[in-house]
Design a protein around this ligand. Structure first.
Ligand code: URA
Length: 210
């Protein structure tokens, strides 16, 4: 598995996503749903984590039982909306290391500009999962992945809630080695760069800003 793109069509994910798209869903509800979906997406994106065995004693006998191989995951949140996915994944993988990438769009060049970059030092040979709910133009995602590669990461996956076809194409062009896991590929981007039908501004909806 791990073609370039995996759409998680599980009924629970799709049901929760519909609730999140609904403009009448409250901030608290949106945040809770995002946390829940993040764990279901994490289940998919971590499906092929390396395993080893550990000898343990059950109450009945000795067994060589499967456990995760020792290397710690690195989760990287693209600020600020990425934090909404981060919390749920961290609950599932509490020992993961965490990094943050902050980018803003230069109004003249429309290119992403880095304002914050803090990641664990030893990215090489660790699985790095980048989280951002909305893969829209793909420009900031592609830029974030580029920064992580420059910092030494060589096994990167990207997890998002919604993707636009434009964003998927941009990521595939820039980083064909980075698999994407998402809950939906929506129709398109509108003139303002919003995903349609989408769910609006993910950061505003999860933090109650506007
Ligand atoms: N970012 C968002 O929060 N929503 C979109 O629709 C596109 C980018």
């Amino acid at each position: 598995m791990y073609d370039h793109l995996t759409v998680v069509t599980h009924p629970l994910v799709q049901h929760k996503l519909t609730l999140m798209r609904d403009k009448d869903t409250s901030t608290a509800g949106f945040r809770q749903l995002l946390r829940e979906i993040s764990q279901l997406l994490a289940y998919e994106i971590t499906r092929e984590l390396e395993m080893t065995t550990r000898r343990i004693e059950t109450p009945l006998c000795t067994m060589d039982a499967p456990v995760l191989e020792g290397k710690k995951l690195v989760l990287v949140s693209i600020l600020r909306a990425g934090n909404g996915l981060l919390d749920g994944v961290l609950e599932l993988v509490p020992s993961a290391r965490v990094g943050f990438v902050g980018l803003y769009r230069d109004e003249t060049t429309l290119e992403p500009v880095q304002y914050y970059f803090k990641v664990p030092q030893d990215l090489k040979d660790r699985l790095v999962i980048v989280v951002d709910p909305m893969l829209a133009t793909g420009n900031s995602s592609a830029a974030a992945v580029e920064l992580l590669k420059k910092a030494g990461a060589n096994d990167i996956r990207f997890m998002c809630l919604l993707a636009a076809p434009e964003g998927v194409a941009r990521m595939k062009e820039a980083h064909p080695d980075v698999p994407i896991v998402t809950a939906s590929i929506d129709e398109r981007l509108n003139e303002q760069g919003y995903i349609v039908p989408g769910l609006g501004d993910a950061g505003d909806r999860m933090f109650g800003t506007r």
